[in-house]
Design a protein around this ligand. Structure first.
Ligand code: FES
Length: 516
């Protein structure tokens, strides 16, 4: 079986684990929750502006979505500029483009300032059309992106042949190796005295009144008191409902295949679901790779998610006959917003809690621009992107409202799983190494059967807001279709917004044979 890892993950990535145990209560000016790209860049930026900072991480450095990114750094976003212009107006579309230019420049500046060897390289990006209908969208995008201040031109073909038609060429984009970059950021944080505590699970945010420090409680009974808290956990764990009605969680799949040589270019297509491709060297084998991704779908809403890797491989072999063996495969999680823009700034109604979320597939440039924006908000400096990414904003254009309603209707529909049929009727119907949800009276039970035939029974009720979790056969995890919380096969929470595990049922682990 091909290995489950992204091209950036290798034993050397273990050097990222430069963390400490949290053995005492602490107080600090700024506490960052989440040690991925966004959190660590915020920590570094704030430290460089003279603030005392510490970082808390539930798992280990870059254990979340940073390791899964394909690290396309582009000012051409996953939401087209003609849509952004319709939703936000021409002036804001220009400000959006400028903010992402700044975000990419921030990453480049950090890499240069700290001498980080992460293969940061300015390359061309190509948005690729497959047919005349897509070519028409490409022409609209060329006009809208140009109006937004992005230098671009239509060309006959992209250098990576991911589609049959013309392409929109955008020079001066960038690519890098995200975990190599983050290793350098961790070194810079250590050198400047910023500790990273892990594993530490934050389970409560106590906010007594505005202007008073915030007390964070951890699951093992420690307290961290901070003047400001930055929540950089991909899905915000401080907020139960407000932001989550404005976010939709998607799984996205990645695959790398051996190729003869790398080609410095980033490519995307206009298909639904869409695909993207770049090249790089594998961190483990050091061979040249074609890295492709896509096949996105709402979390917890596909019964056979493993098939998406096969579909990606078929897609590659159709287009790249010289592609060699599959080197690795992996998946990650993307949070989409209804108006195509992230939420970066003060948590609605809370002056001292700041969030970064809803990166909508552009997490690297958002991490760079987010670090500057969060630091500006905390130190009281102005930032031209402040209003754009305001977390309290509401969707107001017809397109954004329509998408907001569709995604929330989808979420509400997921609660009907309480009334629908179970996946299987008996534990003996579950294959070894797989899971399924059973009905037991009015309750739903999530059962994982391990390779030895042991049946592990959990409540199927998501501790966030009561959705029914679904088995993810690709990752061997329990995923909630409502807001994207994820739990490992034994019920341990691995992705928020849930902050606690699935409930173990009494006598929940037994041999499947005994359970029959
Ligand atoms: Fe919200 Fe499960 S993630 S109910």
């Amino acid at each position: 079986m091909m290995p489950k890892r992204s091209p950036w993950q290798s034993p050397e990535a273990g050097a990222l684990a430069a963390t400490r145990a949290l053995n005492s209560d602490l107080s600090v000016d700024v506490c960052v929750v989440g040690a991925g790209m966004a959190g660590l860049l915020c920590a570094l930026e704030l430290r460089e502006r003279g603030r005392s900072v510490l970082v808390l991480e539930r798992d280990s450095v870059a254990a979340g979505e940073t390791g899964a990114t394909t690290a396309h750094l582009s000012t051409l976003l996953d939401t087209r500029y003609f849509e952004l212009c319709d939703m936000h107006g021409a002036d804001k579309a220009r400000a959006i483009a400028t903010s992402h230019m700044r975000g990419i420049a921030h990453l480049e500046r950090v890499a240069n300032a700290h001498g980080i060897d992460c293969a940061f390289q300015r390359v061309s990006g190509f948005l690729c059309a497959d047919d005349e209908r897509q070519a028409a969208d490409l022409r609209r995008e060329a006009a809208a992106a140009t109006q937004a201040g992005i230098s671009c031109e239509l060309v006959r073909r992209a250098p990576l042949a991911i589609a049959d038609g013309s392409a929109l060429h955008v020079p001066h984009q960038a690519q890098f190796e995200p975990l190599a970059f983050l290793r350098g950021v961790v070194r810079a944080l250590q050198a400047s005295g910023v500790p990273i505590y892990a594993p530490v699970s934050v389970c409560d945010f106590e906010i007594r009144s505005e202007r008073e420090p915030i007390a964070l409680s951890t699951s093992d009974g420690r307290r961290v008191v901070a003047n400001f808290v930055v929540v950089a956990t991909n899905s915000p764990i401080n907020d139960v409902t407000v932001l989550h009605t404005k976010l939709a969680a998607y799984r996205s799949y990645g695959l790398s295949v051996a190729i003869p040589e790398t080609i410095p270019a980033l490519c995307w297509d206009l298909a639904t679901p869409y695909h993207y491709a770049r090249t790089a060297f594998d961190a483990l084998t050091h061979e040249p790779l074609l890295i492709v991704g896509g096949e996105d779908h709402r979390v917890g809403q596909e019964l056979e998610s493993e098939q998406h890797w096969q579909q990606l491989e078929d897609w590659v072999r159709d287009r790249f006959p010289s592609a060699g063996r599959v080197v690795s495969h992996w998946s990650g999680q993307v949070l989409e917003t209804s108006d195509g823009l992230a939420f970066i700034g003060r948590n609605p109604g809370q002056e001292q809690v700041l969030v970064l979320t809803g990166f909508s597939g552009n997490g690297m440039s958002y991490s760079g621009l987010g670090a500057e924006l969060i630091a500006d908000l905390i130190v009281g400096d102005d930032n031209p992107a402040r209003e754009l990414y305001e977390p309290a904003r509401k969707p107001h254009s017809l397109g954004a409202v329509g998408r907001y309603v569709r995604e929330n209707l989808n979420t509400l529909e997921q609660y009907s799983d309480w009334l629908g049929p179970a996946d299987v009727e008996r534990i003996e119907d579950i294959r070894r190494g797989e899971g399924a949800v059973l009905r037991r009276g009015l309750d739903r039970v999530a059962v994982y059967v391990d390779q030895e035939g042991g049946a592990h029974e959990l409540s199927a009720t998501c501790p966030h807001l009561g959705g029914v979790v679904a088995w993810n056969d690709a990752e061997k995890s329990w995923d909630c279709p409502c807001h994207g919380s994820r739990f490992d096969c034994y019920g341990k929470v691995i992705a928020g917004p849930a902050v606690s595990d699935l409930n173990q049922l009494a006598g929940g682990s037994k041999k499947a044979a005994e359970a029959r």
